[in-house]
Design a protein around this ligand. Structure first.
Ligand code: ADP
Ligand code: ADP
Ligand code: MG
Length: 447
């Protein structure tokens, strides 16, 4: 078993990983920026090392300083969390080369899946249905026009290195394509330093349904069911739930099998998520694979009783999965809300600042993953997600009732959050009746 894990992240996910290590008797090293000197993840870890100034390029993305911190403290492994270096093939490779275990898949697979266009091609060859679109990258606007004509508008233009909902635009006509193509190219260059682009058919009113997989380093693979992440604003997830009410047990099994077979075929190991779109006619299409732990992993934990971070660590330690597909049972219904320090009244502008009073909800079936505390100052430098509330009920109605109650109890004084907006979603009649898809927030709230 790994003995000392350096957590190359911050915020709630760093705390989440440190807790798992502590429960397993594994020592932890936190890394932090100057800005995060009073952060919870630093306080909870056994040791901590400052890796640079607030700017994440110089700290949480500073490969040299992070690796040095690992060597200095004698860490035998690094958990990258999500965001930051979690999908950096060069970072994973460097860790491996100096004998530090990267808790995740191989750098080759991170690279392959991080290139969304290549990932699609690979999955197509592995027998996975993919969204119709360009065969790989489009080299210029003329080629884009040609393909768009073939697959018919509306189409979606995507940055091959994109993530976090960025670098995605829809075009309903050739005129729009010409305009949006340049915008995506520019955004991709600035955000991902890679302006390669691919296009695919825009699936109208789909559900985002993703399959969680776990694969050990001995070829054993299982899936842990799905998560429905269709409640999105600007292609970014806000609320997630499992099971998805958009699929039945037959489709669940089919999607699960497709995911497991694909993972086996590409030789993937550790935790991963295959994201699909499900259309009105229950066709499903591969969208992308995330080669890391995901923000919404707790809903899967609630219904399966498994701890995904511990599983990641066990897999990275070379252990075999301790269960097979038929051992995995799904109980009840789980839901997650992302609490962000942002103002829905002001175009969801980030609202960092000092938390002057705090009350976190609790009770039967309610879990809060967060790194905030009373008197903590939410920095403006990083992501605005400050907490995740996760609930587990016997069915969807009970989960909604629990979430409503938990949100009503939450008090975060001193800063503005999206809590009321989340309550409005839960009160929405169409949401309650399971009549929603990825266009839900736009349609119901005009956002
Ligand atoms: P998930 O897929 O786990 O639901 P998100 O898409 O919300 O996660 O992203 C999780 C975190 O990672 C966010 O902080 C997001 O900004 C960041 N992130 C995801 N992909 C990228 C990327 N390609 N480049 C930079 N940040 C990213
Ligand atoms: P990211 O890497 O930013 O997570 P994804 O490729 O996973 O990007 O897409 C993010 C979201 O954009 C999806 O969850 C979905 O709502 C929407 N989307 C992506 N591709 C399509 C498509 N072909 N048709 C309709 N919606 C799409
Ligand atoms: Mg995605």
């Amino acid at each position: 078993m790994l003995k000392k894990v350096l957590v190359a992240n911050r915020g709630e996910i760093a705390v989440r990983i440190i807790r798992a290590c502590r429960e397993m008797g594994i020592a932890t090293v936190a890394v932090y920026s100057d800005m995060d000197k009073d952060s919870l993840h630093r306080r909870l870890a056994d040791e901590s090392v400052c890796i640079g100034p607030a700017n994440s390029v110089k700290s949480y993305l500073n490969v040299k300083n992070i690796i040095e911190a690992a060597c200095l403290t004698g860490a035998d492994s690094i958990h990258p969390g999500f965001g930051f270096l979690s999908e950096s093939p060069s970072f994973a490779k460097m860790c491996t080369e100096i004998g530090i275990k990267f808790i995740g898949p191989s750098s080759e697979l991170i690279e392959l899946m991080g290139n969304k266009s290549k990932a699609k091609e690979t999955m197509k060859n592995a027998g996975v249905p993919v969204v119709p679109g360009s065969d790989g990258l489009v080299k210029d606007i003329n080629e884009a026009k040609k393909i768009a004509k073939q697959i018919k508008y509306p189409i979606i233009i995507k940055a091959s290195s994109g993530g976090g909902g960025k670098g995605i635009r829809i075009a309903y006509s050739e005129e729009e394509l010409v305009k949006e193509y340049e915008i995506v190219k520019h955004e991709a260059k600035v955000s991902f330093n890679d302006d390669s682009i691919y296009i695919e058919k825009f699936i109208e009113n789909p559900r985002h349904v993703e399959i969680q997989v776990l694969a050990d380093e001995h070829g054993n693979v299982v899936h842990l069911g799905e998560r429905d992440c269709s409640v999105q604003r600007r292609n970014q997830k806000i609320l997630e739930e499992t099971p998805s009410m958009a699929i039945d047990s037959k489709l669940r099994e089919k999607m699960g099998n497709v995911a497991v077979n694909a993972v086996k075929k590409i030789g993937y190991s550790n935790a991963g998520t295959i994201e699909f779109l499900v259309d009105k006619n229950k066709n499903f299409y591969f969208m992308e694979m995330n080669t890391r732990i995901q923000v919404e992993h707790p809903v899967t934990e609630m219904v399966t009783g498994l701890d995904l971070v511990k599983e990641q660590i066990k897999i990275a330690s070379g252990e075999k999965l301790g269960f097979t597909q038929k051992d995995i049972e799904f109980k009840g219904h789980a839901m997650e809300c992302r609490i962000n320090a942002e103002d829905p009244e002001k175009k969801f502008m980030p609202c960092p600042g000092k938390i002057t009073g705090l009350h976190l909800p609790g009770g039967n079936g309610i879990r809060v993953d967060t790194a905030i505390y009373s008197d903590y100052t939410v920095p403006q430098t990083y992501d605005s997600m400050i907490a995740k509330i996760i609930v587990h009920g016997k069915d969807r109605d009970e989960a909604i009732a629990k979430m409503k109650s938990a949100l009503a109890e939450l008090v975060v004084d001193g800063i503005t959050t999206n809590t009321d907006f989340l309550s409005k979603i839960l009160d929405n009649e169409n949401f309650r009746k399971n009549k929603y898809d990825t266009s839900f927030i736009k349609k119901e709230f005009g956002l």
